[in-house]
Design a binder for this molecule. Structure first.
Ligand code: GN1
Ligand code: MG
Length: 369
């Protein structure tokens, strides 16, 4: 269906001027649509929810509805006293009052407002930027800390349960002959398989702490990487966290680790030259300071004990997810070339090694917060 026709289903005023792909998400298709009337302009974000990733797109729209209904009043309540205007996109309804539009092919499309005059950078710019990312995540965790988890439908069951990804990886290798062929075809892939074997025991660390009751489930974002954090163009302060589809009950450790693994790696997720993939301790320290300014009120001693493991684990987990998807034929993460998921896995595994090599200074830094 033509995008301009599709936009007509949504309740935006003015005339559509342009609609173009935006961002570089690995999952959903995202477009920026600009509307103008005789005196103003409105920019909104149109997205097709990827049904191969989110089997129940209606569920993620239900969650987004509950989340925004909970958070918007909280943001408004603190608007006059906080040091900035914190923001969260809102759902733009269809003309018949629904939160999404179902096209003839059965695809779910939704429109949300665009956070204007703000930028989501693909990599950390400097320590101040990293600190702002920390502040945004800490503030978000506070915002959702009193959101009733019962209201949310798990958008992706098992999304951040690392041992589950090991099972999936094993099943791919056992069940798909092509996966074995891909593994055998590349020395690099075989090395990565060994890397995974050496960390099998470690993969269950957070899950065990959860099962024993040492760690508790809380509301988490699920995907707080650097380019999901919006920075105000005028003040340089963080203003919003976007990409809210994976908000669900989980361990906030995964969020903490995920933000750090993306912020502290200047090279990004698609670097070819592995020597550039290094975990930057200064950016880590800056992020943690920004995060703790908000998180001190809710982090327990047990939480703090697992923060280092969280950074190492989520990096391992993402590498494992990329690698498993490569072996399975790249059916989950969008790719622009056939080896992209293999290379993405190499990058995360190298980053994981870099984190492991810095275990002592990272632990010291965390202990001093
Ligand atoms: C995916 O689509 P995007 O880029 O927001 C993925 C995250 C990964 C990320 C890595 C639902 O997010 O878990 O960390 O790629 N999202 C989903 O870039 O799987
Ligand atoms: Mg995402």
């Amino acid at each position: 269906m033509e995008l301009s026709l599709l936009m007509k289903a949504f309740d935006v005023s003015g005339r559509l001027v342009t609609i173009n792909p935006t961002g570089n998400g690995n999952v959903n298709d995202t477009f920026l649509a600009i509307f103008r009337n005789t005196f103003a302009e409105e920019q909104v974000i149109l997205q097709r929810v990827n049904p191969a990733v989110f089997p129940k797109p209606e569920a993620i729209m239900h969650n987004l509805h509950c989340l925004t209904a909970h958070v918007h009043p909280k943001l408004e309540a603190e608007a006059d006293t906080s040091d900035r205007v914190w923001q969260m996109p809102r759902i733009v309804k269809t003309r018949d009052g629904n939160d999404f539009f179902l096209d003839d092919a059965g695809d779910v499309w939704r429109v949300i407002t665009k956070i204007a005059s703000a930028t989501a950078f693909d990599e950390a710019q400097n320590a101040e930027h990293a600190a702002e990312c920390g502040a945004v995540l800490g503030h978000f965790h506070w915002l959702v800390s009193d959101l009733d988890p019962q209201m949310m439908i798990d958008p992706l069951p098992g999304f951040h349960i690392t041992p589950g990804y090991l099972d999936k990886y094993d099943a791919t290798l056992a069940g798909e002959p092509l996966a074995q062929d891909r593994l055998k075809a590349s020395m690099e892939a075989r090395r990565m398989a060994m890397f995974i074997e050496e960390r099998r025991g470690f993969a269950a660390t957070l899950q065990k702490a959860l099962d024993s009751g040492e760690l508790k489930l809380r509301m988490m974002h699920g995907d707080p990487k650097v380019n999901n954090i919006m920075i105000d163009d005028f003040t340089g302060k963080g203003t919003a966290i976007i990409d809210l589809d994976t908000v669900s009950p989980g361990l906030i450790h995964y969020d903490f680790g995920d933000a750090l693994r993306s912020i502290c790696n200047h090279a990004g997720e698609d670097e070819q030259n592995l020597s550039k993939v290094v975990f930057d301790l200064d950016l880590c320290a800056a992020f943690c300071k920004g995060y703790m300014a908000h998180a001190h009120s809710f982090l327990t001693d047990a939480d703090c004990k697992y923060l280092y493991d969280a950074i190492r684990l989520i990096t391992f987990e993402l590498g494992l997810r990329f690698f498993q998807d490569y072996l399975a034929g790249s059916v989950y993460f969008k790719i622009r070339h056939p080896e992209q998921n293999l290379n993405r896995a190499r990058v995360q595994f190298r980053l994981c090694e870099s984190i492991e090599a810095r275990e002592r200074p990272i632990r010291d830094l965390l202990a001093g917060l």
